[in-house]
Design a protein around this ligand. Structure first.
Ligand code: URA
Length: 438
């Protein structure tokens, strides 16, 4: 068997055998298959797809490429949540402390930015001192003591995904249902949580363009998780505009602190929906009791204090959570409306790309992130604007990428004459019992 034969086979739309899938997953992980051949194969998979059997085999090969974590020593319910990625999607940062306040453990391994989307780990690293690479012992200790911890994917957890993910990020091979499914489920099954909520996003700022493809991805992932014995559900949520009005690394921490202080925006309602579903999945709560516990965690200030406690336990400076004005933010510029009307559409991915141009995301695997740059949106779909109104503030460093970013944002926001329909946060919920529409 050679990698060239496997690339040819997938190029010719043939189904790969389990041993061929293991061969390329293991070969790329141990370095015997080079980036250029893996890139060609990933592109053939993106263009020609994979059957359910191939997707399951790829997930299984990636899951067993490293350790499978055992969380039973924590002695409680361990929950996990995973988003397929979006713009301004900082939900994990609020969910971890809120859920910990509701009495479940959150031992979360998160990713870095992928394509035009931001990554939780990059955002957390904007907090001075924050360590996203705790060793396993310390990670468990923080979870046990604080109730939550968020680290990057450890070297030993699905290392195949770690390498393939970084390659997909820079080879235009992100938005493939089988590749996303194998990537997410290999990590979720290896990371040892017993209850998993997947947040599958669709729209102009997501990898899935429409609710139907998001539903297809969600159904596949829930089926694989259920087969593996997990309590698992998937919410299909809207990403036709940035989820948070703050987009960028440090800026998204600022936006999350607002939510933990009780600000009720789109981000808040999405976080609430994910939290309620996740708590209900554990079997310890109904949706009604979960809602009370969620609101109490915020109203009491406990969730904000828990976030600061987690930051301190992970060697970060908690004063940045309690006083977010301490973050260094870039120089301010603005994008204004070119006409009167209503915001009818947003090309959310282009807002993500704008932040990458400013230095807030990566163009190549080795790029360093500038935490201080980003945007604050002043409008959402449905907002009424007059010519000259500020659509968005842009924060840059020494003008880097500013012209490209402003152009991208100006073209990303469509202004029309009539008020568009309201965008619901969630479209459907998928569980082993079927699909519930919102
Ligand atoms: N998130 C992941 O972890 N993997 C993907 O492929 C896409 C989003």
């Amino acid at each position: 068997m050679t990698i060239l034969d496997i690339i040819e086979k997938k190029k010719n739309k043939q189904e790969l055998l389990p041993e061929e899938i293991r061969f390329f997953v293991n070969g790329y992980t141990d370095g015997t298959i080079p980036d250029y051949q893996m890139s060609a194969l990933l592109m053939a998979i993106l263009l020609n797809g994979m059957t359910d059997r191939e997707t399951f085999e790829m997930t299984d090969a990636m899951l067993h490429s490293g350790d499978v974590v055992d969380m039973s020593a924590l002695g409680g319910t361990v929950v996990d949540k995973h988003s397929t990625g979006g713009i301004g999607d900082s939900t994990t940062l609020a969910l971890a402390p809120i859920l910990a306040c509701c009495g479940v453990f959150v031992a979360k391994m998160s990713g870095r930015g992928l394509g035009f989307t931001g990554g939780t780990i990059d955002k957390l690293e904007s907090i001075p001192g924050f360590d996203t690479a705790l060793g396993e012992g310390e990670f468990f200790d923080v979870v046990k003591r604080v109730g939550c911890a968020v680290i990057g994917q450890t070297g030993n957890l699905a290392p195949a995904d770690k390498k393939i993910y970084a390659l997909r990020d820079v080879t235009g091979t992100v938005n493939s249902i089988p590749l996303i499914c194998a990537s997410i489920m290999s990590k979720k099954l290896a990371s040892g949580s017993d209850t998993i909520l997947l947040d599958v996003k669709y729209g102009s700022g997501a990898f899935m363009p429409d609710p139907q493809s998001a539903l297809e991805l969600a159904t596949k992932m829930v089926a694989i998780g259920t087969l593996a014995g997990k309590r698992i559900g998937a919410l299909i949520t809207d990403m036709q505009q940035p989820l948070s009005d703050h987009v960028g690394n440090a800026l998204e921490i600022v936006g999350i602190v607002d939510v933990l202080k009780g600000k009720k925006n789109r981000l808040y309602y999405e976080i609430r929906e994910v939290a309620l579903r996740l708590l209900a999945l554990t079997g310890k709560y109904t949706l009604e009791t979960a809602e009370k516990a969620f609101q109490n965690a915020i109203d009491s200030g406990n969730a904000l204090n828990k976030f600061a406690e987690m930051v301190e336990a992970q060697h970060g400076d908690p004063s940045y959570i309690l006083h977010p004005e301490k973050f260094e933010i870039g120089t301010r510029d603005v994008v204004t409306a070119s006409s009167d009307g209503y915001v009818t559409k947003m090309a959310a991915a282009d807002i993500g790309r704008a932040v990458t141009h400013l230095g807030g995301g990566r163009m190549t695997k080795s790029d360093a992130i500038d935490f201080s740059v980003g945007v604050i949106m002043h409008v959402a779909i449905g907002s009424k604007v007059s010519k000259g109104d500020v659509l968005c503030e842009v924060f840059h460093r020494n003008g880097k990428g500013l012209d490209e970013a402003k152009n991208l944002i100006a073209n990303a926001v469509t202004i029309g004459n009539s008020k568009p329909d309201e965008h619901k946060i969630a479209y459907a919920y998928v569980s082993k019992d079927g699909v519930e529409m919102y």
